[in-house]
Design a protein around this ligand. Structure first.
Ligand code: AMP
Ligand code: MG
Length: 274
């Protein structure tokens, strides 16, 4: 059975301030899209609608949408970008992947590189990893002093509020997979020659820190799910369901933003193309 975008959203939204125990959240969620064919048909339709809405967003040139994708290794961040935005014209969607900060980036505050990558008015920006790495990997691997990291939750909330008040709508998705699903996906990267390039031995170190990452994600969800920029946790063990859920919410959000074509201040009938 296909759920409406509103029903889907209610199932994945993290209420601001609520505790967010990840172990209690299903990574499969059969009830959201029970059949693969339904999910694939849904994402095909939604991604075409997203393209149409993006064109209006660009024509209007007043607001932007920022889609933040977070999730542990193999959770499907790249696949979500491909699956959801593949119908969009390449001019309208800008994807930024955040890896380990460069020397220059480390010489600035952690939001410096992030603010510079936020979408311009008219654009959809997609972050593959984001400023949240600064309360995730940085916290788990102790790459900054604990007291400094502790201050970042409020700093991030204030930064996102600033973006919202300046025309950027934020959609934050955590792609949630089970430990067993990650094991299978990492094993595939070792077993399949055409996936070997995706394997990084450091991923095994991060996998060994599963509980620490889970706790860091839970802190992020409960402290940074705000009224202006709530988190959504997407059950991501099934790639087709993950894409259908994200596409449905992106489409719904753009429909609610309702970007409009600008009214020209001239009359088409005053002109003649010869
Ligand atoms: P990938 O997404 O596989 O290309 O890997 C990017 C790597 O960069 C991941 O291991 C992230 O944890 C790491 N990374 C991203 N942002 C930061 C950050 N702010 N500080 C340290 N490592 C980061
Ligand atoms: Mg890694």
């Amino acid at each position: 059975m296909i759920k409406t975008a509103t029903e889907i959203d209610a199932a994945v939204l993290i209420e601001p301030g609520a505790p967010s125990p990840l172990k209690q959240r299903d990574t499969v969620c059969d009830h959201l899209f029970s059949k693969r064919e339904e999910a694939e048909a849904s994402v095909a339709e939604d991604s075409k609608a997203v393209d149409k809405l993006q064109e209006r967003l660009w024509a209007e040139r007043k607001r932007a949408l920022l889609v933040v994708l977070q999730g542990i290794d193999t959770s499907g961040k790249d696949g979500t970008v491909r699956g959801v935005f593949n119908q969009c014209g390449p001019l309208g969607v800008e994807v930024t992947a955040f890896g380990r900060p460069s020397e220059q980036e480390l010489a600035h505050d952690y939001l410096w590189r992030v603010h510079g990558a936020t979408p311009a008015k008219g654009m959809i920006g997609v972050f593959n990893r984001s400023h949240y790495e600064d309360v995730l990997v940085v916290k788990v691997r102790k790459l900054a002093p604990a007291a400094a990291i502790e201050q970042r939750y409020e700093q991030i909330n204030a930064f996102e509020k600033h973006l919202c008040e300046n025309g950027v709508t934020l959609l934050k998705f955590m792609l949630h997979i089970s430990r067993d699903e990650q094991r299978q996906r990492l094993q595939e990267r070792l077993d399949q020659p055409d996936k070997n390039w995706k394997f990084n031995p450091a991923d095994l170190e991060d996998r060994a820190l599963w509980d620490e990452y889970e706790a860091a994600y839970e802190a992020m969800l409960s402290r940074c799910s705000t009224a202006h920029a709530p988190w959504r946790v997407i059950p991501a063990d099934k790639k087709w369901r993950r894409n259908a859920l994200v596409a449905a919410i992106v489409r719904k959000t753009l429909e609610e933003m309702a970007p409009a074509y600008p009214k020209p201040d001239w009359r088409p009938s005053d002109f003649r193309v010869v």
